[in-house]
Design a protein around this ligand. Sequence first.
Ligand code: NAD
Ligand code: LMR
Length: 335
Amino acid sequence: PPTLQIEGESSGLGRMDCRAKGGSPGFKVAVLGAAGGIGQPLAMLMKINPLVSVLHLYDVVNTPGVTADISHMDTNAVVRGFLGQQQLEDALTGMDIVIIPAGVPRKPGMTRDDLFNINAGIVKTLCEGIAKCCPKAIVNLISNPVNSTVPIAAEVFKKVGTYDPKRLLGVTMLDVVRANTFVAEVLGLDPREVDVPVVGGHAGVTILPLLSQVKPSCSLTPTEIDYLTDRIQNGGTEVVEAKTGAGSATLSMAYAAAKFADACLRGLRGDAGVIECAYVASTVTELPFFASKVRLGRAGIEEIYSLGPLNEAGLEKAKKELAGSIQKGVSFVRK
Ligand code: NAD
Ligand code: LMR
């Protein structure tokens, strides 16, 4: 049977236990799907986050190797690996944040919705575990199609009575990361100085970059706006095609997920003014879920910001597609 690996136990010299058992400040983070293309670099980035004291790595394959490897990094977090469904509950118990990149990625020619049939079931099972073992954890959901998997998670939590909309966040950070990069390129700026809100959802036309709200404020030509909107909406497909069947964005996604998880951790710590875009339960539009800027705090989402003045065309189109994806996720659990 697969074994549970705990860093520091292999030598039998137990002094390392002090880090896991108490003294060390920081939060407990689990990555589900930790042996995958996103999971591995994400696990590495979480291992170097000073706000993380315990890092649980769960997957249905290969976690012993990934855990052994990452546990040798000389940073504070204690790393433990969990393999297979029978270890899911141990992986989740006591976690403050659960990050979920588990599931299959796209190949060229596929939409994110084509992943629904496989990933919906994976997300449902993992969320049932979260409801049972760490119902207060903040969930960062990465598995596609995010527009449907977040409603699936919400329905699972509602069913068992643990749903807290403040704690469930679909990760759309990669859209923001891409938007910042592409806009900076056009404007000739350092991407770290650029902030582009991206709202709506995380698939094609549902990805709505608010190019009229770019900071620092700038005026883009209609040609630049068309080019940027198209490139941001199709950034995922650009990577899928470049990888020619070997998967979708993993490294930029791990970076984006780590940046987003760090924002959640800073919020949990009580930092002021932590604001990021995420796909969340929302009343910003008539849809039950919508991505927009949110303020993160000790309770998870503490404020959801309205969209502000919009010049952008495309909101109606985005809402129409989103409505169908949300309904599909809800029906999957209710059926
Ligand atoms: P991958 O195939 O490289 O890795 C997925 C991992 O999930 C594998 O290690 C696999 O064993 C694991 N897994 C499968 N079933 C599992 C289960 N039941 N429990 C736990 N783990 C399980 O794929 P990837 O490139 O890492 O992508 C993962 C997901 O993230 C895909 O659905 C992809 O579309 C999505 N994604 C989302 C974004 C975003 O912006 N939200 C960006 C990129 C990728
Ligand atoms: C992305 O935006 O890169 C991800 O959603 C993966 C994909 O399928 O495009």
